[in-house]
Design a binder for this molecule. Structure first.
Ligand SMILES: [Zn+2]
Length: 348
């Protein structure tokens, strides 16, 4: 099976845009506060540091997952699960050696393209911010770097990944839907239950890397202000997903790296309206059972939705099933040549 698939966009579901609540004043009926979480590697993981084979570290020499990487990960989930614009990095444009730059943005209705007006934003841009020409909205959530407090050394320390590009990465039948008129959606990589896939030498398309092993643990914090209810619920869902799903982050995903379990371990909400009048200074803290109950209630709109095409496809691709024996690998040159119009579902 091809190592990635696309979560389709529901073109019947228009993107709801509205004016974001502005910064600088604390609004009633919004959610502000901070949370702490844990990221546990379920497979080896590698966060690239520039063009080196070393895992990214901070100035104190600790292994980290940069806050910007976490933000990018959660943004892509909000865009997918909560019907945001096609704002992040995407596969609309790519270089093809034979055909030059191919632009698939024409295969996306204009209303689904990235937001351009800071007064009229989709849910992902209201949460994470947007920048277009002179239009800027800073976003309402920020992530600190996740710090590895429990590194597990990989043995051997250095590995060669498999080729991180398919032999024909721009096989049009993968990138467009069955009509050929629309992009296939947003790309997500499958989890590998088998061992990670490596090679024993350098090629033109692989990398030598020093990953951390399964069981490595990171902690992170996020703070947020003035999130409206739908924004808060989408953000929480993007962070915790569902029990039988896992996130995938970092480098060498086609080699099977980067499957992680993300848990929120502590949540502190601040009600600025009652900050000076209530005995607890407007602060409510959640952990253990109260936190689990709170998160289950807040994310129920997503977790109980069994009819959403996009959610069901995200569940399919990011399902964490230890009994899954599917071998994920790029099809060969021969396969592409023999199956010029075959979709991902037909890959061997
Ligand atoms: Zn947007």
């Amino acid at each position: 099976m091809n190592p990635y698939d696309f979560v389709p966009i529901d073109f019947n579901q228009p993107i709801a845009r509205r004016s974001p609540i502005q910064h600088g004043k604390f609004e009633k009926n919004t959610v502000s506060g901070s949370l702490t979480g844990r990221i546990i590697a379920e497979t080896p993981i590698f966060i690239k540091s520039g063009n080196t084979e070393q895992f990214t570290k901070n100035k104190a020499g600790q292994y980290i997952i940069p806050g910007t990487s976490l933000k990018g990960l959660f943004r892509s989930i909000v865009e997918t699960a909560a019907y945001g614009c096609f704002g992040g990095k995407c596969d609309r444009r790519y270089k093809d050696n034979q055909r030059g730059t191919i632009d698939h943005s024409k295969k996306l209705p204009a209303s689904f393209l990235a937001c351009t007006d800071a007064g009229h934003l989709c849910i992902a841009c209201r949460i994470f911010g947007m920048l277009y020409s002179n239009n800027v909205f800073a976003g309402k959530v920020s992530f600190e770097d996740a710090v590895c407090n429990k590194p597990v050394a990989h043995n051997p320390a250095a590995i060669y990944t498999i080729d991180l590009m398919g032999p024909k990465p721009h096989h049009t039948a993968f990138y467009l839907d069955s009509s050929g008129n629309r992009i296939a959606g947003r790309k997500f990589y499958f989890h590998h239950q088998q061992r990670i896939r490596t090679t024993d030498k350098k090629t033109s398309y692989n990398q030598r890397i020093n990953p951390l092993d399964t069981g490595s643990e990171f902690t992170f914090t996020a703070s947020f202000t003035n999130l409206e209810n739908d924004e808060w619920q989408a953000l929480l869902y993007a962070i915790v997903l569902e029990p039988e799903m896992r996130h995938k982050i970092g480098y060498a995903k086609p080699s099977g790296l980067g499957s992680v379990k993300i848990e929120v371990t502590h949540l502190r909400l601040i009600d600025y309206a009652s900050r000076y009048s209530s005995p607890n200074r407007g602060i409510t803290e959640y952990q253990e059972q109260s936190l689990r109950d709170y998160i289950a209630a807040q994310t129920r709109g997503f977790t109980s939705d069994t009819t959403s095409l996009t959610l069901n496809e995200l569940r399919r691709i990011w399902r964490w099933d230890v009994n899954d024996k599917t071998p994920y690998r790029y099809p060969t040159h021969e396969w592409f040549n023999n199956n010029p119009n075959a979709p991902i579902s037909q890959t061997p």
